[in-house]
Design a protein. Sequence first.
Length: 121
Amino acid sequence: MKNQTYRMAMLFDFYGELLTERQKEFFDLYYNEDLSLAEIAENEGISRQGVRDVIVRAEAVMQEVEDKTGIIKRFLARSEHVDAIAAAAAEIRTINYRYYDDRRLAELAELIRKEAAALKE
């Protein structure tokens, strides 16, 4: 994946509900609110190392589930294929408009585009 923060955001989106409330809170503060370990520790009245341990454990839990299921990996691969399908539909629509003006071909290209968009949601 692109970078550590992006990877963690993806893990949290897919597997965040597997975490304890404390893990979710610390993870959110660290990655989404961009608070430092020291800031979180001060707000929670615990050590910086304690905050780090909670976040590292949360990362490990989510990464372990991803390693076993591969859901994010499959999601990202599928997204690339859906993008390719949508691009092909757009090209078919353009070629049809320029050369053929076939109403049925335009309808099919639009159906493909709509179905690809639904898969992206």
